[in-house]
Design a protein around this ligand. Structure first.
Ligand SMILES: [Fe+2]
Length: 287
């Protein structure tokens, strides 16, 4: 048992997370086996996207409000949006398994299987990150809180359709705990640094980008900041579209961001960077 804890402590220390306070994010090399799973999951998502829309909609919650399974966004006007996405949460896997048998095309089944495999196999990597952050910033209880919230981790698969529009994702900070950018097939991701300038983040075959969201800023009493980011289009994505995959790691805390009262798009980018915790915590309500 002592050996087990010694190995776990050492593993956490191997992951470098010091750039969270200097750059706002970390880039961490994938374990090779996990990278293979990410590739498989992304390829199966692309295959799933090729199915007829009525088949894909069999794996949805049935309405726009239900944040579940397959979703299609087709907004026009000033907030133009044209994408399809898929949300996977452990709690809802049994619902998805029930629905997927109604889709005759095996690409749907293979997608759900790949999603489930990725969700399971990414858990140790996510836990290792939580452990490293807990140790580096003395955030007692973070690793345990993340472990106890696995049923709430959300894997989001995205497919932006080709076409001209001013933005693919407007500037925002994420509301959950922290966010993994697992895959992007084109450049376009940008982050707002602590000097309040936008910079591209690099798309990599071998590394993931991880940054804090509002929840981790709360948990760390503002030692870590929820990083603002956006996705901008380019000539290639206008022609070919864009695929990406992220994981939102939400974890149980005493409080949650009050999204009934506050909308992220009403805040200025970076509004939270220099905020004292006594003001920041007013944005949260008890769970
Ligand atoms: Fe985001």
């Amino acid at each position: 048992m002592i050996w087990y804890y010694a190995v776990r402590k050492k593993k956490g220390k191997n992951m470098q997370v010091t750039t969270l306070v200097t750059d706002g994010y970390v880039t961490i090399p994938y374990p090779q086996s996990l990278r293979v799973r990410v590739h498989e999951a992304m390829q199966s998502w692309k295959n799933f996207c090729a199915l007829p829309i009525e088949e894909k909609r069999k794996l949805s919650g049935g309405d726009r409000v239900s944040d579940f399974g397959y979703m299609r966004r087709e907004d026009t006007g000033p907030r133009v949006d044209d994408k399809e996405l898929f949300h996977v949460v452990k709690n809802e896997m049994s619902r998805l398994h029930t629905k997927v048998v109604t889709v005759s095309d095996q690409r749907a089944v293979r997608f759900i299987d790949a999603v489930e495999t990725l969700r399971k196999e990414s858990a140790p990597f996510i836990q290792e990150f939580a452990q490293a952050v807990e140790q580096e910033y003395q955030l007692n209880g973070l690793e345990e809180a993340v472990a106890n919230s696995q049923h709430n981790w959300t894997f989001r698969y995205l497919h932006y359709f080709p076409g001209k529009r001013p933005s693919l994702a407007n500037a925002h900070a994420d509301r959950g705990g922290f966010t993994f950018h697992l895959w992007e097939d084109h450049v376009g991701g940008e982050y707002f640094d602590f000097d309040r300038e936008w910079h591209p983040w690099s798309v990599s075959e071998t590394k993931t980008i991880i940054f804090p969201s509002m929840g981790l800023q709360y948990f760390s009493h503002c030692a870590l900041k929820a990083l603002w980011h956006r996705i901008v289009p380019n000539k290639i994505t206008e022609t070919t579209g864009r695929y990406s995959m992220v994981a939102f790691i939400d974890f149980n805390m005493s409080h949650r961001f009050d999204d009934n009262q506050y909308r992220m798009q009403n805040f200025e980018p970076g509004f939270n960077y220099n905020m004292p915790f006594r003001d920041f915590k007013k944005l949260f309500v008890p769970r």
